[in-house]
Design a protein around this ligand. Structure first.
Ligand code: GLA
Length: 729
């Protein structure tokens, strides 16, 4: 049992955490989230506050201790004196926007219900999973708010979402609806957030909670490169291996907001959900609106433990499909190998050469369709360019088949180029506002996926190619953000619903495609990691992490990504040297060591490599084939942070703790007089391990105590790295 509900008390227990709510005077208060507490009577946790001024309105005359502002609420309404940033705001039929949410009822549902139309986590037979549904109600407007808590006991994760139900008799407009609010009764925390831009995703920042509001999010119509939809709160002393850490991660790919507020009574309020800026949703009598899901997790043993909980949850209960638990094919991608300049012969040569080195699949990236010789045309015309591929997909497929190489294709299905047959035919299919200019980005517009006919077109474009049975991998790209966010098909009064409807449309297409073509491996991409989020991961088990393929830059990008996302979702490619984005010159070894993630490949022209370099490509492919399953399913440990030091280091340990792969990479060349050693984690301290390249034997306790010596900077040089592979004897 993971949920206990008695006499207005609710307690949720996962293996190592508890989450407690209490009802008092009709309101639902949040009183605790943290280390596990055995089930018991928690009524003493509701405390009286006696220090309010008349500027915090009292709900009951004369009772100074009862103001919503001075209480940690479970889900906060609007207009009844809780002046903290609210969970919900609704415009009632009479124009008022009061939402006064009082406790109504609860239900415990075995397993986990689906979220209608939205990506979400799931449970499997044998899981200790159940869902608590608490219903709150505004007695005057007759708006019901259902708070859901799905408990994945063994994963140490609770997922939350909110359903608004209109029983008012009229039509209301939801102006704001957060997926989850969490109030803490103090401010003694740091916030760990992330920021970035194209080719610089998910860099980490940390600072104390202050009075006032700190928010991250996106108004770009995509979760975006700017801030990934997760936020952590931790004790001031928390580090990778100790301290309290709380995480909120949204299962959504559109505009969102996460807010951390330090309040006048020194509380901390966390809010996460669809970005209310520009959002609105009309709800008629009897209708419901479901918010995206959010994954909550708590660790009392530091940030890495929290990551490990998220990794397991996302890998096993959010990602789906036949590739979920296995290594992916070793791929070679044509993008950095030849950009738009290729033909059948060139691709067949690359595929043949790569296959001889152990590569299993060639991805034909951008440029194979319409008249796409640059990025200015043809998006939407998903027909093979016969100038480049005179024998169609079939011609290339057959030549690759002879080489023993499978075929993958790049698509950017949500886009339309003004210079395209599709645009000539359907100029109203793009996102636009009638009478206003249509802003281009990369010379393209976005298709209006709030429309069913456009969604059907997108489905057909991809399905027509997949039906040939020749394509076993799709890279699904999305290379701009949305402005003039509107649909010509939506009535004016529903205009603010557009961005969310766009995602409902996209998710319906992805749901159909991934169900209809279960053997195809889908890779998510948005100019690299511009939509690396749990929404997309619910359909596609991996994401092209960043368009920056440079081993040095990837250190920070992958470190930040790994805070939430498992190695199985992180795609790494060895690219050419000097690197095309940064011009950094790095050894093949460093490029390989960094790219060896849960989904590995190459992004270079192998026909131009020396024999010696080809051997290295072969070695990399062999390494991934041998250890790929363990990289996908292992425990990932961040050992040294590139945000804090002139190096980065990590290790992955197999589930049975019999194999460990550790990597240390030094960044700049600096004279460091002290001999460096790398202390590992996660091994079996009673076991002995052999490092397979050197043949040396170490005990688990040595490797996790003293660690392994790292060659000095003079021996290694700039941007140099070392990988050790330990196998239990
Ligand atoms: C985006 C992707 C790249 C590549 C190009 C093609 O930038 O992230 O990997 O596919 O588009 O145009």
């Amino acid at each position: 049992m993971s949920v206990k509900a008695i006499d207005g008390q609710f307690q949720i227990n996962t293996r190592n955490s508890s989450y407690i709510m209490l009802v008092e005077r009709g309101y639902l208060f949040h009183v605790y989230w943290g280390k596990k507490i055995s089930f018991g009577d928690n009524s003493y946790m509701n405390r009286e506050y006696d220090w309010y001024s008349s500027f915090s309105p009292n709900l009951e005359d004369g009772d100074c201790g009862f103001s919503l502002e001075g209480r940690p609420l479970e889900y906060s309404g609007w207009g009844r004196g809780d002046f903290k940033n609210p969970s919900i705001e609704i415009i009632n039929p009479d124009g008022s926007n009061i939402v006064d949410l009082k406790y109504d009822s609860y239900e415990i549902i075995p397993g986990k219900p689906e979220l209608s139309g939205l990506p979400s986590s799931y449970c499997e037979a044998g899981d200790n999973a159940e869902t608590l549904k608490i219903t709150l109600k505004d007695e005057i407007s007759n708006i019901f708010v259902h708070l859901y808590y799905a408990v994945f006991e063994d994963f140490d994760v609770i997922t939350r979402w909110t359903v608004v139900e209109n029983r008012s008799g009229g039509t209301v407009e939801i102006a704001r609806v957060m997926s989850a609010t969490v109030d803490f009764d103090n401010m003694r925390y740091d916030v760990i957030s992330n920021f970035g831009s194209w080719s610089r995703e998910r860099h980490l920042e940390r600072g104390p909670v202050r009075h006032g509001i700190f928010e991250t999010g996106s108004r770009r119509g995509a979760s975006s490169h700017t801030h990934n939809p997760f936020i952590l709160l931790c004790s001031h002393d928390a580090c990778e291996t100790s301290g309290d850490v709380y995480g909120l991660t949204l299962v959504y790919s559109g505009s969102y907001k996460s807010i951390v507020e330090g309040t006048r009574y020194h509380f901390t309020r966390l809010n996460i959900g669809i970005n209310p800026d520009g959002f609105g949703w009309r709800l008629s009598q009897g209708e419901t609106f479901t918010s995206p899901e959010v994954l909550l997790s708590y660790s009392s043993e530091g940030i890495n433990k929290l990551s490990s909980q998220y990794h397991k949850m996302i890998r096993k209960r959010l990602c789906r499909g036949k590739y979920r638990d296995i290594r992916r094919p070793v791929i070679i991608n044509s993008w950095e190998a030849c950009y738009f300049s290729f033909d059948e012969n060139k691709l067949a040569e690359i595929g043949d050469c790569a296959a001889k080195l152990g590569v299993e699949l060639l991805v034909v990236d951008d440029g194979w369709f319409g008249r796409r010789d640059g990025d200015t045309s043809s998006l939407g015309d998903w027909k093979v360019d016969r100038n480049k591929l005179p024998n169609g997909i079939e011609g290339l497929y057959k030549r690759l088949e002879k080489s023993g190489c499978k075929l993958g294709m790049w698509f950017e299905p949500e886009m339309i180029s003004p210079e395209s047959e599709l645009y000539d035919k359907h100029p109203d299919w793009c996102v636009h506002v009638e009478g206003r200019p249509r802003s281009l980005a990369r010379t393209q517009l976005v298709l209006d996926l709030s429309r069913k006919d456009v969604c059907d077109f997108v489905y057909d474009s991809v399905a027509n190619i997949l039906k040939t049975g020749m394509v076993s991998y799709i890279k699904w790209d999305y290379n701009r953000n949305i402005c003039e966010a509107s649909s010509s098909a939506l009535p004016a009064e529903n205009a603010k619903e557009f961005l969310h409807r766009y995602y409902l449309g996209l998710y319906s297409v992805l749901d159909r495609l991934t169900k209809d073509f279960p053997d195809v491996l889908f890779e998510n991409c948005s100019g690299g990691g511009g939509r690396f989020d749990c929404g997309m991961l619910a359909y596609m088990p991996q994401t092209w992490t960043s368009d920056d393929s440079d081993a040095v830059e990837r250190l920070k990008i992958q470190y930040g990504t790994s805070i939430i996302y498992p190695l199985s979702t992180i795609v790494g490619h060895v690219s050419a040297c000097p690197n095309h984005q940064t011009k950094h010159v790095t050894s093949f070894e460093s490029r390989l060591n960094v790219a060896l993630t849960g989904s590995f490949g190459y992004e270079l022209d192998p026909t131009r490599l020396t024999e010696e370099e080809k051997e290295k490509v072969r070695y990399g492919a062999e390494l991934y084939k041998k250890y790929g399953d363990m990289l996908v399913n292992g425990e990932y440990y961040r050992l040294r942070s590139p945000f804090e030091e002139n190096c980065s280091a990590w290790c992955t340990v197999s589930e049975r703790r019999d194999i460990a792969i550790a990597v240390y990479m030094r960044i700049r060349m600096e004279i460091e007089p002290n001999p460096e050693r790398l202390i590992l984690r996660g091994l079996d301290e009673t076991a002995e391990y052999k490092e397979i390249n050197s043949g040396k034997i170490y005990s688990g306790s040595q490797l996790m105590g003293f660690g392994i010596p790292v060659p000095g900077p003079a021996a290694m040089g700039e941007y140099a790295s070392k990988m050790w592979i330990f196998e239990k004897i």
